[in-house]
Design a binder for this molecule. Structure first.
Ligand SMILES: Cc1ncc(COP(=O)(O)O)c(C=O)c1O
Length: 376
């Protein structure tokens, strides 16, 4: 692989992100193998490359979208189906899982009779007014303890409010199709899933006893990518989730999940070039032609750390690696172990497929890295 990366970098220039679709298919197959009862809705936000959407669409995945443009990106694939099938397929293929939506988005979505999430009364009123043909899914607030990215202070209703929000939706003429939650992104604390599944089961039981049976359970994202050896294997998490699902829910419940990083993080490697070199207080410092405003944006937005490796062999030293912009925040790492490198040498970072180029900007006038897809 390292030879191929260098060849690609020579051919396309740097910075470049190489996305291997064989790995995406392998991750999808692993997800389905260990969670066979769960339909997999890829969270497009993790990496919205249309090539990835197409590959996952062909493997049978469905999609979680966070905006109208993401919805249309997925819908473009559905549009190729005959018209009758398109309507039957929409909930099977797309959930709009951003609990807060502008009214213009709801208006545009209504014609597709979409499945959308909500977590408060104001959102419900908006859906009723602007997308009355939508099916709704109530998002619960659940523990995000220990997850790399915390979502619970921004999204989800308290379990104590849930049944009232379900009753209100039905009273307004909407149909609550499902319950959803998110345990926080890169969740290595499996207890978050256990507690969330128990909370959802309790809400479903109470709702049923009040006459409103809920058919869909959406267990969200959070499935951790194997960034380091401390992340326990996915099969162990799946065993815990399967046991809770079997124990808590009726066999006819429809279960879906919204994995983002699990499917794409390990599929991408970025290659950058050393463009500057200095020694500061005795420490080697390298400057590369990528940055935290570009492919390494996950350092800021995703609280993720990526390790840089060199193609060159040799005795390593602790060094700092900075990005190409003028900002001091643009620090990729204060402690990488790299051999003595020269300007023009190449370095690479693995497992950089999620929340990386997805949030790259044009800061300082530098364009986002070129993306090269292999094994499509
Ligand atoms: C609603 C929703 N679903 C799914 C995801 C994907 O999460 P992950 O990449 O942790 O699987 C996110 C990420 O923020 C999200 O907000």
């Amino acid at each position: 692989m390292t030879k191929q990366l260098q060849t690609i970098a020579r051919k396309h220039g740097t910075p470049v992100v190489v996305i291997d679709h064989d790995i995406i298919r392998k991750n999808y197959a692993g997800f389905k193998k260990h969670l066979p009862k769960v339909q997999c809705y890829f969270a497009v936000k993790a990496n919205p490359a249309p090539e990835i959407v197409r590959t996952l669409y062909k493997t049978g995945a469905s999609f979680d979208v966070a905006s109208l443009p993401e919805f249309m990106l997925v819908y473009d694939n559905i549009k190729r189906l005959p018209p009758k099938q398109q309507q039957d397929f929409i909930w099977d293929k797309i959930i709009y899982a951003n609990p807060t939506k502008p009214k213009e988005t709801l208006l545009a979505l209504d014609q597709y009779k979409p499945l959308v999430t909500y977590d408060n009364l104001n959102e419900l009123k908006k859906i009723r007014q602007f997308a009355p043909h939508a099916g709704v899914v109530l998002r619960l607030r659940v523990d995000n303890t220990g997850s790399q990215c915390e979502l619970s202070s921004k999204f989800g209703c308290a379990t104590g409010e849930a049944v009232d929000l379900i009753k209100t939706a039905f009273a307004m003429g909407l149909v609550v199709e499902g319950l959803s939650f998110h345990v926080g992104s890169q969740c290595t604390n499996f207890q978050n899933f256990v507690q969330a599944l128990n909370a959802a089961a309790a809400v479903m039981r109470e709702s049923k006893s009040r006459g409103h049976e809920i058919k869909i359970l959406d267990i969200g994202g959070g499935f951790p990518a194997p960034y380091n050896k401390h992340v326990r294997p996915f099969r162990e998490l799946a065993r815990v989730i399967n046991a809770e699902i079997d124990r808590l829910f009726a066999p006819n419940i429809q279960i879906l999940a919204e994995p983002g990083r699990f499917l794409v993080a390990t599929a991408a490697t970025s290659v950058a070039r050393i463009i500057g070199k200095a020694v500061r207080d005795g420490k080697p410092c390298y400057y590369i032609d990528d940055s935290v405003y570009h492919t390494f944006s996950g350092i800021i937005f995703d609280h993720c750390q990526y390790h840089l490796k060199a193609f060159k062999k040799g005795k390593t030293d602790i060094c700092a690696v900075f990005g190409q912009t003028c900002d001091g925040l643009d620090t990729i790492s204060q402690s990488e172990e790299l051999p003595d490198l020269e300007i023009e040498d190449l370095v690479y970072a693995e497992n950089i497929g999620a929340y990386s180029n997805a949030s790259a900007t044009w800061f300082n006038g530098f364009p986002p890295a070129k993306v090269v897809h292999i094994n499509e």
